[in-house]
Ligand binder design. Structure first.
Ligand SMILES: NC(=O)c1ccc[n+]([C@@H]2O[C@H](COP(=O)([O-])OP(=O)(O)OC[C@H]3O[C@@H](n4cnc5c(N)ncnc54)[C@H](OP(=O)(O)O)[C@@H]3O)[C@@H](O)[C@H]2O)c1
Length: 259
């Protein structure tokens, strides 16, 4: 830790998009970083772009690998770094009808979005509770609040992330440790480019920087759920006041209308 460091933040999926923007946000606020992803070159470029006054450790890791989360934990232990804040941001999406999806793509998504996130949360939450302080942020999605036909497995994985976060936030009362879910809507990143939804109306698409700033503020305020952007908040609030059959049906209709 450098002299003015406020602590060390582990950011998964820091090689692009929201994760890279979150890492910059913490660096700007005098936190040391452990940044991890598969694309080491991107992580090195991120490190080079940050203020040299903070310590940045790079750990290359594939979290779809069943031993990936344990290897990451081991590498951090070997470097004798204590994690004060965990940001579970790494995630992937697959789109299409369930029976037409590639089984490997489904398995990778479940490993990354659910199993690795759960393993890292359990490990660092335990040490944070023993220490009596710490913060965790899980990046979910607005897709966590309702089923999304044609993004079936992705939306289900984010519903898991949101549900786990809410349960833990209650279990952790009085421990000094908090857990927050950041639930972005469409955000301009590599993931959105790969889904082919970049032609959506601009007011519906946030920048990774704005989402990261909201995530940082929510984590610091120990908020349990933060939905960045008024349009997203309005959409989620409206949907939560409708019958489930209507929301499910509208989702199905949109998925059938998509070119
Ligand atoms: N963009 C949106 O509209 C949106 C909306 C709601 C929620 N989200 C969530 O936001 C989070 C970040 O996504 P993003 O939009 O910023 O997309 P992104 O730019 O594609 O970032 C995804 C990050 O996850 C990492 N990752 C992917 N596969 C990995 C693996 N096998 N092992 C380790 N890391 C892996 C990627 O790094 P490497 O490829 O280098 O490994 C990358 O750093 C995800 O959880 C996503 O579900 C995004």
């Amino acid at each position: 830790m450098h002299p003015v460091s406020k602590g060390t933040v582990l950011v998964t999926g820091a090689s692009s998009g929201i994760g890279a923007a979150l890492a910059k946000q913490f660096a700007k606020n005098d936190y040391d970083l452990v940044i991890t992803a598969r694309r080491e070159k991107n992580l090195q470029e991120l490190k080079d772009s940050l203020d040299s006054g903070i310590n940045v450790e790079i750990v290359k890791c594939d979290l779809t690998n069943p031993s990936g989360a344990d290897e990451l934990i081991k590498a951090i232990e070997t470097s004798r770094i204590d994690i004060d804040i965990l940001i579970n941001n790494a995630g992937i999406a697959v789109t299409g009808k369930f029976d037409e999806l590639d089984q490997k793509d489904i398995d990778d998504l479940l490993f990354l979005n659910i199993l690795a996130l759960t393993r890292l949360t359990r490990h660092y939450l335990t040490t944070m509770v023993q220490r009596g302080s710490g913060r965790i942020m899980n990046v979910a999605s607005v897709a966590a609040f309702q089923p999304v036909p044609s993004m079936n497995v992705y939306a289900a994985s984010k519903a898991y992330v949101l549900s786990l976060t809410e349960s833990l936030s209650e279990e952790l009362r009085g421990t000094g440790v908090s857990v927050s879910a950041l639930c972005p809507g469409l955000t301009r990143t590599k993931m959105v480019d790969s889904l082919g939804v970049q032609n959506s109306p601009p007011f519906l698409v946030s920048s990774a920087e704005d989402v990261a700033k909201e995530g940082y503020d929510a984590l610091m305020a120990r908020e349990v759920i933060r939905i960045p952007g008024l349009a997203n908040q309005a959409a989620v609030t409206w949907a939560q006041h409708q019958p489930r059959w209507l929301i499910r049906g509208l989702g199905g209709l949109f998925s059938r209308l998509k070119p």
